[in-house]
Design a protein around this ligand. Structure first.
Ligand SMILES: CC(C)(COP(=O)(O)OP(=O)(O)OC[C@H]1O[C@@H](n2cnc3c(N)ncnc32)[C@H](O)[C@@H]1OP(=O)(O)O)[C@@H](O)C(=O)NCCC(=O)NCCS
Length: 186
């Protein structure tokens, strides 16, 4: 008897072309998720447990790139940053609980790098998984020497309260890092 053939199971990982992005404020991003029945994405003042809730990292107006599933138009993740002086302050990377473990962090990260422009991005981490990913994509330990005092102060408070590290990334034209990211995305 001929063995029955089953179709291969689809990959559970998101492909880049299964996702699209919309850019919006933090309030709009929270609204998009809440209206879709997900309340896990909160304001920075509520998400950032370690840095001061009235500090620059938590309160500077931020830009968020929200990822949607093309098939369902469901919002599944968000990444953001807040311009401050000549820096961008990381406003968090978040994947909807039901979409975790499917490679979205990588796609969110790449969208941010694609659109963020030329400013130095500074990110505090409370998650080892997220910090390891940023390190693997070329972020490095923060060099505090160029930072204004108010940011150094907030980063120190964050570390004292349990943040596991702070990393930075420069956008450098024609670096091998940037070329590698571009090649893989295309
Ligand atoms: C952290 C978070 C963004 C990860 O998003 P995700 O889409 O589930 O992650 P991915 O599927 O893209 O995984 C990326 C990598 O991390 C690894 N990873 C993901 N979750 C993991 C976990 N819980 N434990 C160990 N490794 C994990 C994956 O194996 C993958 O590694 P690889 O690139 O070598 O395959 C998500 O869990 C989240 O939103 N958490 C709540 C908010 C948060 O903690 N944000 C970070 C604050 S610093």
């Amino acid at each position: 008897m001929e063995e029955e053939k089953y179709p291969e199971l689809p990959s559970t990982k998101y492909a880049a072309d299964e996702i699209y992005f919309k850019t919006m404020s933090e309030d709009e991003a929270i609204k998009v998720f809440t209206e879709d029945g997900y309340t896990g994405f909160k304001s920075r003042a509520n998400r950032f447990r370690n840095t001061p809730s009235d500090g620059k990292f938590a309160t500077q107006p931020s830009v968020h790139h929200v990822a949607y599933e093309k098939d369902t138009d469901k919002p599944v993740g968000a990444i953001g940053y807040a311009p401050y002086k000549e820096f961008l302050l990381g406003s968090g990377i978040h994947v909807r609980d039901t979409s975790r473990g499917r490679g979205l962090m990588k796609l969110l990260f790449r969208e941010m790098i694609r659109v963020k422009g030329n400013k130095k991005l500074i990110v505090n981490f409370s998650s080892k998984v997220a910090m390891n990913h940023y390190l693997s994509e070329g972020f490095r330990q923060l060099d505090e020497s160029e930072l204004p005092d108010e940011l150094i102060n907030e980063i120190s408070i964050g570390a004292a309260n349990g943040n596991i590290g702070t990393l930075e990334k420069y956008y450098i034209h024609n670096s091998s890092w940037w070329a590698a990211i571009k090649t893989e995305v295309i």
